[in-house]
Design a protein around this ligand. Structure first.
Ligand SMILES: Cc1cc2nc3c(=O)[nH]c(=O)nc-3n(C[C@H](O)[C@H](O)[C@H](O)COP(=O)(O)OP(=O)(O)OC[C@H]3O[C@@H](n4cnc5c(N)ncnc54)[C@H](O)[C@@H]3O)c2cc1C
Length: 413
C-alpha cells in the first residue's frame, strides 16, 4: 500500500472505482482503501442507461461487458393489473438504450479488478478511522487493518466514496437528516424458472402493491431474480413467523408474484432487511476533499437512481479534481454541488410524486401522450441533466400539471 499519494479514494463501490479510474487516466497517483473484502453484498442491482456513460468515460465499460450481466432495456410498472411499459429505446434524450441488471457483488468486484489492472492499488479490509486535514487541503488518513494495527496515508486530496459508511460527514459532523420518510426493504434472490411467462428477463418490473408499498423484480442473467418489498416499517408488522415465512406471506399477497414464484426457492439462507437509508449532508466538498455517490445524498430506491448518481458524481468529481491538480480554478459550488443537486432534485420530484400517488395518474393514464411518455422515459433512464427536457428543467410543474390535466380529462363525460 502507498503511503503518499495524490488522491486517496475511500471505498471501492461504483463511485470510488469510477473516480479512481478517471484520476489515474489523467496521470495522478491514486490509492483505493476498502473496508471489507470483495466480493461483498451491497444492494443496488438495477442500473440506468446514464450510468453506462460514466463507466465508459472511466474506461471501465469493457470490464462490465465481459461479465455477461443481464441487459436491461426498460422498466414495467404494474398497478391493479394495469401495465405501464417504458422502453429506453423510445426516449426523448439521445442516450443509451440499455443498462444492466447486476449482482452487485460481481459488478463491484469487476470494477475494482479493472482498477487494479490499470495499476491502481485497491487495499481491501482497510478501514478509514481518522482523517486530519492540513490548511493547504492535504491530509493524513489513519487506516485500520483487520488485526487492529493502523497505518497513515498522506494524500493531497481525498475522494470519499464510502457509500453507507459516510466517512467524512460522520468524522466531521456533516450529516443532516433526510426529509424522506423512513422506509424499510425486505428482499432476497430467488430461482425464477417461470420468468418467460412474464415476458422477461430484459427489464425490471415494479408492482404497486398498495399506495405506500411497492415490489421490485430484477431478473439476472443467471436465472435467479432479486425480489424485494419496500414500505413503511409498520407494513411488515402484520406478517408473522420467521423472516422467511413472513417473506413468503408477502409473496403470496400479490397474485402475479405468487404465481411466478410458486415453487419458492430462495438462494440465500434468509431474506435481508434494510431500513432508514435516506441521508444527506451539509456540504458535498471541502478544502482537500469531495464527497461522491451515496455520501452526498441518497433519496429512495424506487427509480433505481443510486448507482447512476454515484457514477455521474464520481465522473464529475474526478474531472474537477484533475482541474484542481492542473492549478486551474474550480468553482465547486457551481460545477459540482449545483450540478449534482439538479439531478438529485429531478429524482426527488419523481420520488415524491410516486409516494403521493401523483405519478400513478400519469403512468397508468388511459391514452398516454407519446411525446410526454418519451420525455418521462428519459428521466427514468437517468438523463436528469438534459435541460431541453421539460420534465428536467421544470420537473415539479410538469408532473403536477400533467397529472391534473389527465385527471380532468378522465372526468369529462
Ligand atoms: C433498498 C435499496 C434498494 C436499492 N436499489 C437500487 C437499484 O436498484 N439501483 C440503484 O442504482 N441503486 C439502488 N440503491 C442504491 C445503491 O445501493 C447505492 O446508491 C449505491 O450502492 C451507491 O454506490 P457508492 O459507490 O456511493 O457506495 P457503495 O456501493 O455503498 O460503496 C461504498 C464502499 O465503501 C466502503 N466503505 C465504507 N466505509 C468505509 C471506511 N470507513 N473505510 C473504507 N471503506 C469504506 C464500503 O465497504 C463499500 O464497499 C438501493 C438502495 C436501497 C437502500
Amino acid at each position: 500500500m502507498r503511503n503518499n499519494v495524490d488522491v486517496l479514494v475511500i471505498g471501492a463501490g461504483p463511485s470510488g472505482t469510477i473516480s479512481a479510474a478517471m484520476l489515474k487516466k489523467a496521470g495522478l497517483s491514486v490509492q483505493i482503501v476498502e473496508k471489507v473484502k470483495f466480493p461483498r453484498f451491497v444492494i443496488g442491482e438495477s442500473l440506468l442507461p446514464r450510468c453506462i456513460e460514466s463507466l465508459d468515460a472511466a474506461g471501465l465499460l469493457d470490464a462490465i461487458k465481459k461479465k455477461n450481466f443481464q441487459e436491461k432495456t426498460g422498466a414495467k410498472l404494474v398497478l391493479d393489473g394495469k401495465i405501464c411499459d417504458f422502453k429506453f429505446a423510445q426516449q426523448y434524450t439521445k442516450g443509451w438504450d440499455h443498462a444492466y441488471q447486476v449482482q452487485r457483488a460481481d459488478f463491484d468486484k469487476a470494477l475494482a479488478d479493472a482498477c487494479e489492472e490499470k495499476g491502481i492499488p485497491v487495499q481491501y479490509e482497510t478501514e478509514v478511522v481518522d482523517i486530519k486535514f492540513n490548511t493547504d487541503g492535504s491530509s493524513i488518513t489513519t487506516v485500520k487493518f483487520l488485526d487492529g494495527t493502523t497505518q497513515q496515508i498522506n494524500a493531497k486530496f481525498i475522494v470519499d466514496g464510502s457509500g453507507y459508511g459516510r466517512v467524512i460527514p460522520t468524522l466531521f459532523g456533516l450529516n443532516k437528516p433526510s426529509t424522506q420518510y423512513t422506509r424499510k426493504a425486505v428482499f432476497a434472490h430467488l430461482k425464477d424458472p417461470y420468468r418467460n411467462e412474464h415476458d422477461e428477463p430484459d427489464r425490471i418490473t415494479i408492482y404497486v402493491h398498495n399506495h405506500n408499498t411497492w415490489i421490485w423484480v430484477i431478473p439476472f442473467s443467471t436465472g435467479t431474480t432479486s425480489l424485494g418489498f419496500v414500505s413503511s416499517p409498520e407494513f411488515f408488522e402484520k406478517y408473522s413467523g420467521s423472516l422467511t415465512e413472513k417473506y413468503k406471506q408477502m409473496i403470496d399477497s400479490e397474485p402475479d408474484i405468487k404465481s411466478r414464484f410458486r415453487d419458492f426457492e430462495m438462494i440465500w439462507d434468509e431474506p435481508k432487511i434494510l431500513q432508514g437509508w435516506s441521508a444527506t449532508t451539509d456540504t458535498f466538498y471541502g478544502n482537500g476533499y469531495v464527497l461522491t455517490g451515496n455520501v452526498t445524498e441518497f433519496l429512495d430506491p424506487v427509480f433505481s437512481s443510486g448507482v447512476t448518481l454515484a457514477s455521474v458524481s464520481a465522473q464529475r468529481a474526478a474531472e474537477l479534481v484533475i482541474k484542481h491538480f492542473k492549478g486551474e480554478k474550480v468553482d465547486w459550488d457551481k460545477d459540482y454541488v449545483k450540478f449534482m443537486q439538479t439531478g438529485i432534485d429531478v429524482f426527488r420530484v419523481f420520488v415524491n410524486g410516486w409516494y403521493d400517488g401523483t405519478l400513478f395518474k400519469i403512468f397508468f393514464a388511459e391514452n398516454p401522450d407519446e411525446d410526454m411518455r418519451n420525455k418521462i422515459c428519459s428521466v427514468l433512464a437517468g438523463y436528469v441533466w438534459d435541460e431541453t427536457n421539460p420534465f428536467v428543467s421544470k420537473s415539479e410543474k410538469m408532473v403536477s400539471t400533467l397529472a391534473k390535466f389527465i385527471e380532468a380529462s378522465s372526468l369529462k363525460p
